[in-house]
Design a protein around this ligand. Sequence first.
Ligand code: HEM
Length: 88
Amino acid sequence: GVNELRRVTMDEVALHNKRNDCWMVISGNVYNVTHYLDYHPGGKGELMRAAGKDGTDLFNDTHPWVNAEGVLRECMIGFCTGPGALQA
Ligand code: HEM
């Protein structure tokens, strides 16, 4: 597709922690969830708890049955690497 997936560090993810510029790591994948915020069934506030962070644990604690990879396919930026990355 049009998506050029790339490697992203946690440091870069951390820069995007605002409601109008919000990235998040879920299971090693980096997503730009800025536009998803308005559609999150659990509300913006809940989703913002993981803004600029690795939200995998919060995600799995809340709704492990949700297919994040499917829901956020068009929002994917790449894969998290470096400090904080899930993959070895
Ligand atoms: C609910 C998607 C991240 C907190 C939901 C639901 C979906 C969803 C589909 C409805 C679940 C259902 O009814 O079975 C996502 C996606 C995420 C994400 C795609 C990835 C970015 C998070 C994070 C939190 C969170 C990081 C942090 C705490 C919640 C809560 C609800 C919820 C509390 C329940 C709302 C309720 O039952 O009233 N989310 N979520 N979600 N989400 Fe998320």
